[in-house]
Design a binder for this molecule. Structure first.
Ligand code: ZN
Ligand code: ZN
Length: 377
């Protein structure tokens, strides 16, 4: 598995470009006697493995894409593609699911159907939605679906999970404020959208503090403010952008409503106009109670209860596996990637690398879930 993983790391592909990766996945699945379906949601691959006469089906999902960022590592299997790297460990996730597939194909110690879901474009490009929209669960019905992610800072051989909301939903927004441009020395003949934009940014800080319930939580981050090109010109318009995170769809909607109300009314007070464009990037990752208990029990059977955190603190980051969990009950578990030198570097850092020592724990938990969900009679 280490050799597969390092090969994926060197020969990475970004979202919806995973042609080599999906070809290798398909080739290996077929060699192990697994039925292969390609081109689902673009470069997605689904493998189907049956054992016994049962009709219950489990979906196991891995993401396969790399990031558009340069790699700063200098080990022999570093990225061969300038400006791109496997900076989130999806090379490892792909490998873990392949490992589970090979094990299950050889041992067949289950009764039912396994769907191995190799998903493209997890990094904000909508790969999970693409597969779901392409009929993933109609063509490959699943009674439950499971996914995982490596977790730097958590020791190898440890797992983290919680029932309910585990990761936040994500929204992106663009806000255009239109004033009236003119000479920087003649403010009385202009409507300065910079002043209006500054007031809007300040007002947005009140949404989480004053509108979101204190026992709920959300993030509103303005991350871009673009205006003007000259010292002595008051610009016509200002563009703001940013991101919102929340664990509940209703909270996300509340934040969007408050942003729109504040922006339009503040702009109106300044004699400007504001237009908010808000788009959903991911819905929250919500783990089913039964599936969370099942995968946590499977993990505890492998590594001991002390190494399974069943009350993992929810993360404000997001993950598009949420769209599969919105369709089918399931769970998403974190797999320890290690601490310190070995595996402690955060994902999306140019020096990140998936810890090969974590691979058996990822492959192992995926295989164990199948044997637990689909026990032989
Ligand atoms: Zn990532
Ligand atoms: Zn990731």
């Amino acid at each position: 598995m280490t050799a597969w993983r390092r090969d994926f790391h060197a020969h990475l592909e970004a979202g919806f470009e995973e042609h080599r990766t999906s070809a290798l996945v398909a080739e290996r699945l077929a060699a192990w006697g697994i039925e292969v379906h390609r081109g689902i949601g673009g470069t997605g691959v689904v493998g189907v493995l049956r054992s016994g006469r049962g009709n219950l089906a489990v979906g196991l999902r891995a993401d396969t894409d790399a990031l558009e960022m340069p790699e700063a590592n200098d080990f022999p299997y570093r990225s061969t593609i300038p400006g791109k790297m496997h900076g989130c460990g999806h090379d490892g996730h792909t490998t873990m699911l392949l490992g589970a597939a090979r094990y299950l194909a050889e041992t067949k110690n289950f009764d039912g159907i396994v769907h191995f879901i190799f998903q493209p474009a997890e990094e904000g490009q909508g790969g999970a939605q693409a597969m779901v929209a392409d009929g993933l669960f109609e063509r490959f019905p699943c009674d439950s679906v499971y996914g995982l992610h490596n977790q730097p800072g958590m020791a190898v051989g440890h797992y983290g999970i919680r029932a309910g909301a585990m990761m936040a939903g994500c929204g992106f927004f663009d806000l255009d404020i239109h004033g009236r441009g003119g000479h920087g020395a003649r403010p009385e003949s202009t409507v300065n959208p910079v002043v209006c934009g500054a007031a809007v940014v300040s007002a947005f800080q009140s949404i989480v503090a004053r509108n979101v319930a204190p026992n709920d939580t959300a993030v509103v981050s303005v991350t871009g403010f673009t205006a003007g090109t000259a010292y002595n010109v008051i610009p016509e318009r200002v563009s703001l952008r940013g991101t919102v995170r929340a664990f509940r769809t209703g909270t996300m909607q509340l934040v969007e409503e408050r942003m729109r109300a504040l922006a339009t009314s503040i702009a109106s007070g300044f004699g400007a106009t504001a237009e908010l464009a808000f788009r959903e990037v991911t819905v929250p990752v919500v783990n089913g109670a039964a599936q969370t208990a099942l995968i946590a029990d499977a993990a505890a059977a492998m590594v001991g209860e002390a190494h399974v955190d069943r009350q993992r603190i929810p993360a404000m980051g997001s993950e598009d596996f949420s769209y599969m969990l919105a369709e089918r009950p399931g769970a998403y578990i974190l797999v320890g990637n290690g601490t310190g030198e070995a595996g402690g570097c955060e994902v999306h850092n140019p020096r990140y690398d998936l810890n090969d020592a974590a691979i058996p724990y990822g492959a192992g938990i995926l295989a164990a879930v199948v044997e637990k969900e689909l026990p032989r009679g």
